[in-house]
Design a protein around this ligand. Sequence first.
Ligand SMILES: [Zn+2]
Length: 200
Amino acid sequence: MNSPTSLQELVEALRCLPGVGPKSAQRMAYHLLQRDQAGAARLGRALTQALALIHHCERCNTFTEEPVCELCRSPRRDNSLLCVVETPADLLMMEQAQVFRGQYFVLMGRLSPLDGVGPRELHLDRLVRRAADGAVKEIVLATNFTVEGEATAHYIGEILRAKGLKVSRIARGLPVGGELEHVDSGTLAQAVLERREMLS
Ligand SMILES: [Zn+2]
């Protein structure tokens, strides 16, 4: 058997990306080699650099080039609130919403037994240690409202409540500017179930 050529190796390497099968990996490889060699070189350098410099924040587990990330070091954040999210992208969304002034813990995933992701793979022991640091007064679970995200929130909630910690879950609801007739019935049902008393 012949050893794989560098072209075959490139196609195989591209297949590590989620959702990329043999055909699209081949198309990407041809594109990079034929149409965008500068882009390909940049991609190679960026990957090498990112792999060398980026690791997980000691406190919140998000990606950072420092031992502790900028957000965790900020004196302006409220240390009594800890928000648990699935990914760094979710953290960014929360920050853009500008409603949360506490700290974060990024799970880097969700419980997914079928994919072999259990409590150990998610390093939930680190989350428990972080949440029980004495300063945290409330943990806000902001995992996704998918089956796996809900199961993850439920599991984490049980563990943290057993430690005597206060745990809350972000509410589901109608999108801002949303009209009832365009919302799916599951969302509308949750919005009714999680209704709040109108104060004044
Ligand atoms: Zn951090």
